[in-house]
Design a protein around this ligand. Structure first.
Ligand SMILES: *[C@@H]1O[C@H](CO)[C@@H](O)[C@H](O)[C@H]1NC(C)=O
Ligand SMILES: *[C@@H]1O[C@H](CO)[C@@H](O)[C@H](O)[C@H]1NC(C)=O
Ligand SMILES: *[C@@H]1O[C@H](CO)[C@@H](O)[C@H](O)[C@H]1NC(C)=O
Length: 830
């Protein structure tokens, strides 16, 4: 502290040189300078000003920093918050130990800095960020500060400020609201990051009212705070959360230097809000605030419950729990919370299990343990091995890594309709059984239905099954095996989530070189993970309007569909606006690459093509009749059939129509998704879709595989007849062999089989959906020698049919779309 003699010295100087510091605009104070009332320090670019001010109706003087260019006095930092100066005696200078000191009435020290170490040539500077720093003269631009006001925030979180911990210095930076409009001293409401270093708890930002918890944002999960799904990439600011052994903090930066924005802990409304200055109206407008609604009130529903804002009443016990006192709960007195419906059985580890809860703001992290290098499997095991562990999840959903365990009762959970995080909550075995039973009943009914259908099909055509095709059927039963295996799958089998960063790195920033093509729902890139695993990734375009969580759940469901003729989904990435889907990489590209090219076409002989047709049929059968979901592909075409090393076909993009095309599975839609040339007429014109519209597309595809010709654009060469119209005519005339690709006409047996396939395909493309067979019948017809019914005329006979007789529409469409095989995303049906 300052000695008496030096004080005298300063005031001696002051009386001799009263004009030492003038009102000239400067941004720096040196030890010889004295800053008094009526003088200010201005940052170099003129955006901030340091000086004395009087808040509201108060008479007191405070030293503070405010925006210089804003007509509404907005103070962002106060030095002597709780020690006002009551006259105009304020004086700011650097003392002989190199600290910045504020003197008040009777020359008493009202405020001073405590620098980290003495400086040789100390100076104080107001930076363009609004940060008031004390540094050594030589340390310009090093960012090496002996003291900075950003380490001691008041009620405002400025861009570039770190809110949280510097663990090396044991310093925590918290916001605290002013007491009132007139008094900048610390009020009740504070905001900071809660962390118990010794116990390795999962850090999380929290607003407290006094010592009571008031609002949690939820912990940072690698992408966002789990309780603020509205924090997402935006045009206003970038944000980040740093969490390592040295530091734990939240930081944001404005994207546009000419925009003025700040976060403030408001003393009157007790919310933490982000404000944006609207120059045109000369006012501050809130951009967002928290807490937002009833469910944001800390612990409103008591222990082991969740708050769902769209429910009435908003509180409900978690699955596996019941109200502690039923009458009170019914009377909406929730604070006693919920207790387990059946107790845990800790001693016998195998007896307890976990239920998955999705879309949550995860519980209060006060009693948690986090480890960023433990994976989710080990995490589960750790939780099971500790009797007091009640829940676990990933600590970083961006990387799909890390482990957090919760101990004891779970507090302050809320559920979002989109966003949020998965949490695995420990329950007793009997609760798992209860949860499973409900689902099993539904599935069992469907499995039985399929088995019965398959069996009756078998009896009908059993006689005709050729010996050499036995293998076909043996493979086919695989479908059912997988369905059954699905029933027993773990509840919490997770779809790996990858970070945008990982995928971006693996694809060279989505470079043109790694682009494989443009699929129905967005471009597809090839990538390689660090371990060398190759994958294809589809960057989904943005017209879904679906929430992140719905999307994730949908993808999880689809990922559970596993069949050798479906492309396997490896994982997905949901980050901000980006939705990406990762598939296994298929080295042999897609079917269209082979069948429509004379040279490449030779690589696929008839047995191979027949195998491909059967493979696609089996894949489609699985999609249509799986017990879990009925998937209508809606965009089956040659370019959506990929080929693996052994030329086995794998249907891709299945389930995307479901994910992206709304929630209806059968019925009428105003959005038609599909590709002209493959679309069933009732779908293209009336928006009616069903498994039979997929059967139609399959019929077209089969014909293309046999003919080596594209269905679309075919009529140019054939007097206006479509490919299927032409095929039907030839079949009637007994000349269907003319259709078969020349390179396939090697043996009589081949031709016989190909003719049968042409016949089946014409059954698939009949005008009326009712006449078309389902995929089960198709599979049976392909593998037997039964007599086939005569097909009725197909959906599109001539070019004119394609447009429902409207030639002008036809021309318009043809001229506007030159690419043959493009998916039409949205077409208004007539
Ligand atoms: C300042 O000094 C005067 C005279 O010495 C004294 O009357 C007054 O109470 C002092 N004020 C403060 C705030 O210390
Ligand atoms: C930054 O904001 C100003 C004012 O709002 C605007 O005129 C300008 O175009 C913005 N600049 C960029 C790069 O977005
Ligand atoms: C807090 O909110 C009130 C009401 O919206 C507003 O008048 C006041 O300026 C805000 N305080 C701060 C520090 O932004």
């Amino acid at each position: 502290m300052m000695g008496f003699s030096s004080l005298m010295f300063i005031f001696a100087i002051l009386s001799f040189f009263p004009f030492l510091v003038t009102s000239a605009i400067v941004d720096i104070i040196r030890p010889s300078d004295l800053m008094r009332e009526n003088t200010t320090l201005v940052s170099r670019d003129g955006s901030f000003e340091l000086g004395f001010f009087t808040p509201g109706n108060s008479k007191n003087r405070y030293l503070g920093v405010w925006y210089k260019n804003i007509p509404v006095r907005t103070v962002v930092w106060v030095a002597n918050r709780c020690k006002p100066i009551n006259d105009s005696s304020g004086l700011l200078t650097i003392n002989e130990t190199g600290d910045l000191v504020l003197f008040g009435q009777n020359k008493s020290v009202v405020w001073s800095t405590s620098s980290l170490k003495p400086a040789q040539q100390p100076l104080v500077q107001l930076l363009d960020s609004g940060n008031l720093v004390l540094r050594d003269e030589k340390d310009e631009n090093t960012g090496d500060y002996l003291w900075e006001s950003f380490d001691y925030p008041t009620d405002t979180n400025m861009p570039g400020m770190k809110i949280g911990w510097d663990l090396r210095r044991n310093l925590t930076r918290r916001l605290s609201a002013w007491k009132s409009f007139d008094d900048p001293c610390n009020g009740d409401f504070t905001y900071g990051i809660e962390l118990d270093q010794r116990r390795h708890t999962y850090p999380e930002p929290m607003i407290r009212k006094g010592s009571a918890k008031f609002y949690r944002t939820g912990p940072w999960n690698g992408v966002s705070f789990t309780g603020t799904p509205d924090l997402r990439p935006n045009p206003l600011f970038d944000y980040g959360f740093v969490y390592n052994d040295d530091e734990v903090y939240y930081i944001y930066n404005l994207k546009n230097k000419s925009v003025i924005s700040r976060i403030v802990m408001n003393q009157t409304t007790s919310v933490r809000q982000r404000m944006v200055w609207i120059e045109a109206e000369k006012i501050w407008k809130p951009y967002n605030s928290a807490p937002r609604d009833q469910c944001d009130n800390y612990g409103i529903c008591g222990a082991n419950s969740e708050c769902v804002i769209t429910n009435n009443p908003v509180c409900q016990c978690l699955k596996g729990f019941k109200p502690k006192i039923e009458e009170n709960w019914k009377a909406m007195y929730w604070s006693e919370g919920c207790v387990r419906s059946s107790p845990l059985n800790c001693r016998d580890k195998e007896k307890d299990g976990f239920l998955t809860f999705s879309g949550l703001k995860v519980p209060d992290t006060q009693f948690t343990w986090v480890n960023k290098s433990v994976n989710i499997r080990e995490c589960r095991a750790k939780c099971l091995s500790d009797c007091s562990c009640t829940a676990y999840t990933n600590s970083d959903i961006g990387e799909g890594s890390g482990c957090v365990l919760w101990f004891g009762d779970l507090f302050d959970i809320r559920q979002f309709s989109s966003g949020g995080q998965d949490l695995f909550i420990r329950v007793s075995a009997s609760e798992i059984e209860k949860a499973r039973a409900g689902r099993k009943v539904k599935k069992a009914v469907l499995v039985v239905a399929i088995v019965v259908a398959l069996a009756s099909g078998l009896i009908l055509v059993g006689y005709y099954i050729r010996r050499r095709r036995h293998s076909f059927f043996e493979e086919n039963t695989e479908t059912n095996v997988i369905i059954n295996r699905d029933e027993n799958q773990e509840d919490d089998l997770e779809l790996p989530l990858f970070s945008l960063h990982t995928i971006s790195t693996a694809t060279n920033n989505f470079s043109q070189n790694s682009k494989l093509g443009e699929g129905g729902f967005g471009p597809v890139y090839r990538g390689m993970l660090e371990g060398g695993q190759e994958f294809a990734v589809k960057r989904l375009s943005m017209w879904s309007g679906q929430g992140d969580n719905e999307f994730k759940n949908e993808v999880k469901l689809i990922a559970k569909l596993q069949h050798r003729n479906l492309v396997k989904i490896l994982g997905c990435c949901i980050q901000g606006e980006e939705k990406l889907l990762m598939y296994e990489y298929m080295p042999n590209k897609s079917l269209d690459y082979f069948i429509f090219d004379e040279r490449q076409g030779r690589l696929l002989d008839w047995p191979k093509r027949f195998q491909i047709i059967c493979g696609i049929a089996k894949g489609l059968l699985y999609l249509h009749h799986d017990s879990r979901l009925r998937i209508i592909h809606r965009d089956l075409k040659a370019s959506n059939v990929l080929l693996d090393e052994e030329m086995n076909p794998k249907i891709s993009d299945f389930g995307l129509a479901r994910t992206f095309g709304g929630d209806q599975l059968e019925g009428n839609t105003s959005k038609v998704v599909g590709t002209y040339g493959y679309m069933a007429p009732e779908y293209a014109f009336d928006g009616l879709f069903s498994i039979k519209s997929d059967v139609f597309s399959f019929g077209i595809l089969m014909l293309e595989i046999i003919c080596g010709k594209r269905s679309r654009g075919y009529y140019y060469e054939n007097n206006g007849l479509t490919l299927i119209g032409y095929a039907w005519t030839l079949l009637k005339e007994g000349k269907a062999f003319k259709l078969i690709d020349k390179c396939l006409r090697e043996s009589d047996e081949n031709i016989e089989e190909a003719l049968r396939c042409i016949h089946v395909s014409l059954l698939c493309v009949q005008q009326s959906p009712i006449d078309r067979p389902n995929m089960l019948s198709v599979v049976l017809m392909l593998s037997s020698e039964s007599t086939l019914p005569q097909p009725k005329p197909p959906g599109y006979f001539t070019e004119t049919d394609m447009w429902g007789g409207d030639q002008s529409a036809s021309r318009k469409f043809l001229s506007s779309s030159s690419k043959c095989d493009m998916t039409i995303s949205v077409v208004e049906p007539r």
